[in-house]
Design a protein around this ligand. Structure first.
Ligand SMILES: Cc1cc2nc3c(=O)[nH]c(=O)nc-3n(C[C@H](O)[C@H](O)[C@H](O)COP(=O)(O)OP(=O)(O)OC[C@H]3O[C@@H](n4cnc5c(N)ncnc54)[C@H](O)[C@@H]3O)c2cc1C
Length: 413
């Protein structure tokens, strides 16, 4: 059985960055991807807006990943495409990775594993839309694949459910492809996507966005004919008397992404309820030493630049010796939805700890503080604007912490 220093699972932007970093650290690296091409979800994202932080340029998704794929091609990183990781077992001298491809079922040994498996889309049944399984109801990412990769046409009369970025981008894309996008409906009382996407994808195309409304039913046996929409109250319950039928032949669902973590949770890695990804420390290491995670399987990222950044951290640390481990936890107040990492290993250097946080609500001006166990301030940052759709990124020196730390976020007068 072949033995690798680092095996990376998933060849999206996360896996590409991790593999390259481990390779630059002179490690023997294997990159496994289940599709027949590297690039992950970015292969189908032909709009621009990628790489503003990393390359200070507006790139399309394929252009962004191409830069990493070119480096991979020049390296000695072994890449297995059309190869699906089925199972991983902890063995005496590392981890046994079992995968399947055209050659059958094979195994390799790994000293370290980096999970970069991305996420999948929530479907109609997961958001309780009643109706038959008629054609014309599909997730935003899938419709993006049909239009951008396969060159297929979607419906003539389209409705979008959810105001997440992928749904907004597809509203614009389908308008440009000649569909009539009638409206977008959002169950929450504020949009979920980035402000720039609300402006550029809906407002610029005269597509109305209805807040505090949802789709409750689909009509049509073989092909979608109409949907039922309704207003919801503060608890997101349908307000009777507000139901309305909208004729359409295509419903695009942009109702959330779920980190893909079946393999990692099967290994017994501690998972976070807040992110649906593994709990990690500042080195992106999970609760099982030598197992790392990064990218969208760790938490759903808004910007690919942060995926690449965190994946470099994972790749770097997966190629280093692990010193001792002593964890201190990071807790957050009620205004924050989550913080990645969730804990700090104080036995290692934390002079440049990168943290990714999400707020629960919008704030015009806010103050973020990191406090030690005696409530003394370790770090403070003033934020001009806070939006749940946008990651708050911090770079903090946590070398001197001795105990758990707490993060607060408060609106400023
Ligand atoms: C539709 C869409 C639009 C976006 N638009 C923007 C934008 O405009 N700007 C921006 O900065 N960001 C954008 N993002 C966000 C950004 O692209 C993602 O955060 C990023 O692509 C995530 O990278 P990843 O490597 O974690 O996951 P992915 O790109 O999903 O890659 C994961 C890879 O793992 C593979 N895999 C999973 N399980 C296995 C297994 N068992 N065996 C082998 N391989 C496996 C998958 O096939 C996949 O290739 C967008 C995301 C989406 C979905």
């Amino acid at each position: 059985v072949d033995n690798y220093d680092v095996v990376v699972i998933g060849g999206g932007p996360g896996g590409l960055s991790s593999s390259l970093k481990a390779y630059q650290n002179n490690k023997k690296v294997l990159l496994i991807e289940r599709e027949d091409k590297l690039g992950g979800i970015l292969k189908q994202c032909i709009h621009n807006g990628f790489g503003l932080i990393t390359f200070k340029e507006q790139l399309s998704g394929p252009e962004y990943v191409e830069r990493y794929i070119d480096e991979i091609k020049k390296s000695n990183i072994k890449t297995l495409l059309s190869t699906f990781v089925l199972d991983i077992k902890k063995v005496k001298n590392g981890f046994l990775i079992i995968f399947s491809n055209s050659k059958g079922i094979s195994k390799v040994l790994a000293d370290n594993i980096i999970f970069a498996t991305g996420c999948r889309e929530r479907s109609a049944k997961q958001v309780f839309i009643q109706g038959d399984r008629c054609s014309g109801v599909l997730t935003a990412g899938l419709s993006q694949y049909y239009v951008n990769i396969l060159g297929e046409k979607m419906g003539k009369e389209v409705v979008v459910l959810g105001s997440g970025d992928i749904g907004l981008i597809m509203a614009r894309r389908l308008s440009l492809e000649g569909s009539h996008v009638k409206a977008a409906y959002e169950i929450k009382d504020s949009p979920s996507g980035l402000n720039r996407n609300i402006k550029q994808c809906l407002e610029d195309f005269n597509i109305p966005l209805y807040l505090s409304m949802t789709v409750t039913k689909t009509f049509g046996k073989d092909k979608l004919e109409a949907i039922e929409v309704a207003k919801v109250d503060k608890n997101m319950q349908v307000i009777e008397g507000t139901r309305e039928i909208i004729p359409c032949d295509c419903l695009i669902l942009s109702v959330g992404l779920i980190p893909e973590n079946e393999l990692i949770s099967k290994l017994g890695v501690e998972m976070s309820k807040k992110t649906s990804g593994p709990v990690v420390d500042g080195q992106m290491m999970t609760s099982i030493p030598h197992i790392y995670a990064s990218g969208n399987c760790l938490h759903v990222n808004d910007l690919v630049d942060y995926v690449s950044e965190a994946s470099v951290i994972a790749g770097d640390n997966a190629s280093k010796e692990i010193k001792e481990i002593e964890y201190k936890n990071i807790t957050i107040d009620e205004h924050l939805a989550y913080c990645v990492p969730q804990r700090i290993n104080i036995k290692t250097s934390n002079s440049k700890t990168i943290m990714y946080l999400r707020s629960r609500c919008k704030m015009d001006k806010a103050e973020l503080k990191i406090l030690d166990s005696s409530n003394s301030e370790i770090y403070k940052k003033n934020l001009m604007f806070v939006n749940p759709a946008e990651t708050i990124r911090l770079e903090v020196n946590l070398d001197n912490i001795k105990d758990d730390i707490h993060i607060t976020l408060n609106e400023k007068e």
